[in-house]
Design a protein around this ligand. Structure first.
Ligand SMILES: NC(=O)c1ccc[n+]([C@@H]2O[C@H](COP(=O)([O-])OP(=O)(O)OC[C@H]3O[C@@H](n4cnc5c(N)ncnc54)[C@H](OP(=O)(O)O)[C@@H]3O)[C@@H](O)[C@H]2O)c1
Length: 245
């Protein structure tokens, strides 16, 4: 990255997004965070000199305003997610992640950066690798996932966002490159050793565990370490806590 990299962070007030924010700042990265409420930012980060806070409802920003936020950012991390409540799961916007992903990609394409902007999307192991590249799921599990998508809007939303990146942006985008990170069941806890896999490793019925701190760590590595980026660009890595020896 250049001497003063800037990362646009979406969802910085969330459980994982807050951890990403703290870890980016501790690495000396400049962060521009678009949040609905600055009061929900992690207290130790809120007044950090490397943090610029933009208080706005992301989906209500005009295309021009969103392009302004994207301008000058080398990378974008999205930890957006539906709040864990009935309203969050079934209320509007049911397509929060997909809409935000599409709009951010369009904004990057409008800005036409010289170097591709790197977009890291927080996804989930409930998301199938587009193109049927996950071989792990048997027919029964596939049927359950299919049903979940019909019944639980966030599951459908995460799948559509990943499908959009893979099918519409593609794996060799001129202006946008991306990685969709797929954690398993999220846990509190510190950074621990973790494992990365190209495809699913656990069944939905016997889930693995992923510390949010580990997701944050990997996302920060992606945007700050060119080798890590090169290894995962255009992929949907599954991240799980490493089993104790
Ligand atoms: N729970 C799990 O076990 C699990 C496992 C794997 C993957 N995931 C996925 O991981 C992602 C993040 O999870 P998390 O638990 O860290 O999220 P979270 O704590 O629920 O945070 C969600 C973030 O999204 C923002 N947000 C929600 N609705 C919004 C809207 N309409 N407009 C703008 N911003 C909005 C929230 O902002 P406010 O503070 O303003 O509400 C918050 O910053 C989700 O996509 C989830 O599906 C979850």
């Amino acid at each position: 990255m250049s001497s003063e990299p800037t990362v646009l962070l979406l969802g910085a007030t969330g459980r994982t997004g807050g951890r990403v924010l703290n870890q980016l700042l501790s690495r000396g990265v400049r962060v521009r965070a678009v949040v609905r409420s600055a009061e929900r930012l992690p207290a130790d980060a809120a007044d950090h000199p490397n943090l610029t806070v933009v208080v706005a409802d992301l989906l209500s920003l005009s295309d021009e305003d969103l392009a302004r936020q994207v301008q000058g950012c080398e990378a974008i991390i999205s930890c957006l997610g539906h709040s864990a409540s009935l309203q969050g799961f079934f209320g509007s916007p049911r397509d929060l992640v997909t809409q935000a992903t599409k709009r951010v990609c369009r904004a990057i394409q409008t800005v036409r950066p010289v170097q591709p902007v790197r977009l890291v999307l927080m996804s989930s192991v409930s998301v199938n690798h587009p193109g049927g590249l996950d071989t792990r799921r048997g027919w029964f599990e596939k049927a359950v996932v299919w049903m979940l998508r019909g019944l639980v809007p966030p599951a459908r939303d995460n799948q559509r966002a990943a499908d959009f990146l893979y099918n519409d942006i593609g794996t060799a985008g001129r202006h946008v490159q991306w990685v969709a990170v797929r954690p398993d069941s999220l846990l509190e806890g510190d950074v621990t050793p973790y494992a990365l896999h190209e495809t699913l490793v656990s069944s939905l019925f016997r889930p693995d565990q992923t510390n949010m701190a580990n997701v944050a760590r990997f996302m920060c590595e992606l945007v700050t370490d060119p080798e890590v980026w090169a290894a995962w660009q255009g992929k949907l890595p599954v991240i799980v806590n490493a089993s104790p020896p």
